[in-house]
Design a protein around this ligand. Sequence first.
Ligand SMILES: Cc1cc2nc3c(=O)[nH]c(=O)nc-3n(C[C@H](O)[C@H](O)[C@H](O)COP(=O)(O)O)c2cc1C
Length: 66
Amino acid sequence: MININRERGLRFLYLDAGHMAEHLYLLATAYGFGACALGGAYDREVEKWIGIDGLQETLLYGVVVG
Ligand SMILES: Cc1cc2nc3c(=O)[nH]c(=O)nc-3n(C[C@H](O)[C@H](O)[C@H](O)COP(=O)(O)O)c2cc1C
């Protein structure tokens, strides 16, 4: 059976990730930096690097700024 709230939460997760990335692009640009979205990464390596377990918290969307 489909849990509507759970489905909606999952949908919002992706929408919010997009919103946050867009804000990061705008902020980086305003401060004179470049930003670049990166979806392809070695997930486990990045998870270890930022200290998340990949289960309760996982890599969703990366943006590099510099
Ligand atoms: C969600 C998302 C994920 C992306 N992931 C990658 C990626 O893993 N590798 C990559 O080379 N470009 C990725 N891109 C594209 C880059 O962010 C960038 O737009 C592209 O490299 C072109 O940059 P340029 O116009 O400055 O050359 C991704 C873009 C988006 C929106």
